[in-house]
Design a binder for this molecule. Structure first.
Ligand code: ACO
Length: 428
């Protein structure tokens, strides 16, 4: 196999190097193309452009494979431990017990928020969107923790990562408590990551919320399945911001903004709202598919389709099975699950979806599980952000660690006016 591609343009012939990834993926390196030919490339949604080399996560969208640092995600489902996965993503190998204990201890030590942050959240509108509050609060953390990070210092980086992962959970719970007018609940150092989140969400000062092992396991699994997904929209955003050497808080705050959109993480809210409309009789599953197929209608079948997966999203497969298990264990009968199954069945038999290889993605079933855990709909995307944070951190670190990484600054094809003269106001 040649490690060069040849481009013919006019009477020029240019050889371009081909990079080969560890799983055999090939990419034509066009970084010198403009210097050699004056040509740029046009790929407006970056569907066909690798913007970095990364060793964090591997996806094969045709085969429906997702691996964190080489480990298939299915292998994290037995006794899910979110912090173990977070450490693996950030440091590139599974932690030893002592390392995991140290990391976990650092999260505990960093769980409280500065009173100034509490004050900031208290002064936001009570009905403000939780994702807006989350993004603003994460950005503000840079006001309290402004020390520059030496990338080579693993210990300092572990502390910084633990701080952000821990505080995001506290901030997330605070945004919810604020929205329902309840007092903030302090984190409980005896509880593990997910259980502590639920405690801060749902305990009241005189009554601790009881987190059963089933609930804790389901939430851990959801966080793990969202933990990284290579160069998705929010991670790419974190990298764009990070490429200017902006700090980790600024990068993750921007990533939260990107995740909020309904085509990305916000789809988990849209899915449940769609299923609720069907449940309440406002829409039939067939109407829903018809609307999604109508090009004049901006409506999408939310929770379906993916830029990379042209097969069943492996995360959706796990979550679909998890729905049955969790709802069964909790003795919850959710009519939305039956509707989701029906919708999936008719979509997967419809030529529009079959021809376009549109399958359920991670957002299709996650909302049903989150609902069964008592998480309100407007906190679904916040839960996604908590899960995805280790991914943003690991990709941010990888980028900052890479001596060849440069500021991300795409080109454009200009289609505006050619040169024209300024016309003074009185002559217009
Ligand atoms: N409903 C209806 N049609 C769809 C859907 C959908 N959910 N998804 C894709 N299509 C159509 C497109 O309109 C396009 O049709 P065309 O060929 O006739 O023009 C065709 O399928 C191919 O689309 P893609 O190019 O594969 O889509 P793209 O990569 O641009 O977008 C996206 C991917 C944004 C996820 C899209 O599938 C979508 O909008 N899905 C619904 C929102 C959603 O669930 N988002 C969550 C994604 S997972 C995540 O971010 C965590």
């Amino acid at each position: 196999m040649s490690d060069k591609a040849v481009l013919h343009f006019g009477d020029q012939q240019i050889e371009l190097p081909v990079l080969i990834g560890s799983e055999g993926e090939k990419a034509v390196d066009i970084s010198r193309l403009r210097d050699a030919t004056g040509l740029t490339t046009y790929d407006p949604s970056l569907s066909n452009t690798a913007v970095c080399k990364s060793a964090v996560t591997f996806i094969d969208g045709d085969l429906g494979i997702l691996r964190y640092r080489g480990i298939p995600i299915e292998q994290f489902t037995q006794s899910p431990n979110f912090l173990e996965v977070a450490w693996l993503l950030i440091f590139g190998r599974l932690p030893k017990q002592a390392e995991l204990d140290r990391f976990s201890g650092r999260l505990t030590n960093n769980a409280l928020l500065h009173e100034g942050m509490i004050d900031q959240i208290q002064h936001m509108p009570a009905n403000g969107a939780p994702m807006a509050l989350l993004s603003a609060a994460v950005s503000s953390l840079a006001c309290y923790h402004s020390q520059p990070l030496a990338m080579s210092d693993d210990d300092a980086f572990e502390e910084a990562a633990a701080r952000l992962i821990s505080k995001l959970r506290t901030i997330a719970a605070c945004t919810y408590r604020r929205s329902v007018g309840l007092p903030f609940i302090y984190p409980d150092p005896k509880l593990r990551y997910g259980a502590n989140f639920l405690h801060m969400m749902f305990s009241i000062p005189y009554k601790q919320f009881e987190v059963t092992p089933e609930i804790e396991e389901a939430l851990n699994l959801i966080f793990i399945l969202h933990a990284d997904h290579e160069q998705n929209c929010s991670t790419a955003t974190a990298r764009v911001v990070g490429s200017s050497r902006a700090n980790m808080y600024a990068s993750c705050s921007a990533a939260i903004g990107a995740l909020w959109g309904p085509l990305h993480g916000g789809a988990n809210v849209e899915v449940v709202e769609m299923l609720e409309r069907i449940h309440h009789g406002g829409l039939s599953p067939e109407d829903c598919l018809k609307a999604a197929k109508d090009k004049a209608n901006p409506f999408k079948l939310f929770g379906f389709g993916h830029r990379v997966y042209k097969n069943y999203d492996p995360r959706a497969k796990i979550l679909k099975a998890c729905c049955d298990k969790v709802l069964g264990q909790m003795k919850v009968k959710d009519p939305l699950l039956d509707i989701a199954r029906k919708l999936e069945e008719i979509a997967l038999a419809d030529s529009y979806f079959v021809d376009r290889k549109l399958y359920p993605n991670v957002d299709f079933y996650s909302g049903i599980i989150l609902r069964s855990l008592g998480i309100p709909t407007d906190m679904f995307t916040v839960c996604f952000a908590i899960g995805r944070l280790p991914g943003w951190i690991s990709q941010w670190r990888e980028q900052h660690d890479d001596p060849t990484s440069k500021i991300l600054r795409p080109r454009q094809v200009y289609i505006g006016n050619t040169k024209q003269d300024y016309v003074p106001m009185e002559k217009r």
